[in-house]
Design a protein around this ligand. Structure first.
Ligand code: SAM
Ligand code: DTB
Ligand code: SF4
Length: 332
């Protein structure tokens, strides 16, 4: 029998999975999901933009790039106390993972970074999985974050290396991969995924999945974002992402990386309950909760609570042990 946890996939193999007739694809993904994960559980994560806007980069999708005329107000790095208060509230509302985002190209070794390290320590002490997304990192910076208690680092590939060049010109795909390497070396778990709706082809999506699955170890978390088109950005008029594309992407990610947390990330405000249910069926097992992502809207806590009730889902506990015995059984 073909092993299920692999990092030697060929492009053609992934293409075949991706092009499976949709219901068959969802069935396969749901079957693997059930085998490796508790399918009734969805992790609830909270995002906070700790430094907003004014970014030097030219990511065509991003409302925080200084060069685009968007409604985002520039805000300097938040105070540690305000961040910890927000994290505490998020925990009380049932969130187990707290992700702090900064509109930086890269981390610099300055007082702002020292403050972020303090925030990481504080959130860790509150008892949440603490995650950051701060742009590019050196190996030393990744180690400092690890020492402060960082659980995970989010750094997305966003799309294929070929399409990347038409979306961002101020850094390279290799820069992204280098940061991910630095994170991995520091022993911090990797959160890495992408966005659909950037004008990419199906081949670009398959290539991105190919890069993700063949990393030295599968990312522990793969966010799948649907583009949130924002007025003022070059992609403001891109067409709405087709829900079937989202489902196909999630299902393929689930089949390729059975044990990974697949996050149904940006774009949920435009999805109905039944569309989100399909995404969970196809293997998504995490969402961002709270009425704001970093700068754009997200469904409210109340709407998400109602969705969990309706679908019989429960929020996943923090640092929950995976079903180790099942893994060992199936990997033998
Ligand atoms: N500045 C850091 C960086 O780019 O790595 C961290 C923050 S950045 C906003 C985090 C991720 O948010 C991006 O990599 C991208 O995948 C996602 N993102 C940003 N704008 C988005 C949008 N309009 N729609 C969907 N995802 C978006
Ligand atoms: C990820 O992949 N999606 C989240 C998180 N990682 C940091 C961010 C989505 C941002 C959507 C646009 C905004 O709200 O500014
Ligand atoms: Fe800056 Fe990150 Fe937005 Fe790119 S995605 S413009 S690096 S904040």
């Amino acid at each position: 029998m073909q092993k299920e946890i692999r990092n030697d996939y060929t492009f053609e193999e992934i293409q075949n999975i991706y092009n499976t007739p949709l219901l068959e694809l969802v069935f396969k993904a749901a079957t693997l999901h059930r085998k490796y994960n508790d399918t009734g559980e969805v992790q609830v994560c909270t995002l906070l933009s700790i430094k907003t806007g004014g970014c030097t980069e030219d990511c065509a999708y991003c409302p925080q790039a200084a060069r685009y005329n968007t409604d985002v107000e520039v805000q300097p790095l938040m105070k540690k106390e305000a961040v910890l208060e927000y994290a505490q509230k998020a925990k009380e509302a049932g969130s187990t993972r707290f992700c702090m985002g900064a509109a930086w190209r890269e981390v610099r070794n300055n007082r702002d970074f020292d403050r972020v390290l303090e925030m990481v320590k504080g959130v860790n002490e509150i008892g949440m999985e603490v995650c950051c997304t701060l742009g590019m990192l050196t190996e030393e910076q990744a180690q400092k974050l690890a020492d402060a208690g960082l659980y995970s680092y989010n750094h997305n590939l966003d799309t294929s290396s070929e399409h990347y060049e038409s979306i961002i010109s101020t850094r390279t795909y290799d820069d992204r991969l280098q940061t991910l390497d630095n994170v991995r070396k520091a022993g911090v778990t990797v959160c890495c995924g992408g966005i659909i709706g950037l004008g990419e082809t199906h081949t670009d999506r398959i290539k991105m999945l190919h890069t993700l699955v063949n990393m030295p170890a599968h990312p522990d978390s793969v966010p799948i974002n649907a583009l949130v088109p924002v007025k003022g950005t070059p992609l403001a008029n891109n067409p709405k992402v087709d829900i079937w594309d989202m489902v196909r992407m999630i299902a393929t990610a689930r089949i390729l990386m059975p044990k990974t947390m697949v996050r149904l990330s940006a774009g949920r405000t435009d999805m109905s309950l039944s569309e989100q249910a399909l995404c969970f069926m196809a293997g998504a097992n995490s969402i961002f909760a709270g009425d704001k992502l970093l700068t754009t809207p997200n469904p409210s806590f109340d709407d998400d609570n109602a969705m969990f009730q309706l679908l019989g889902l429960t929020p996943r506990k923090a640092f929950k042990e995976e079903k180790q015995y099942l893994r060992e059984l199936f990997e033998a």
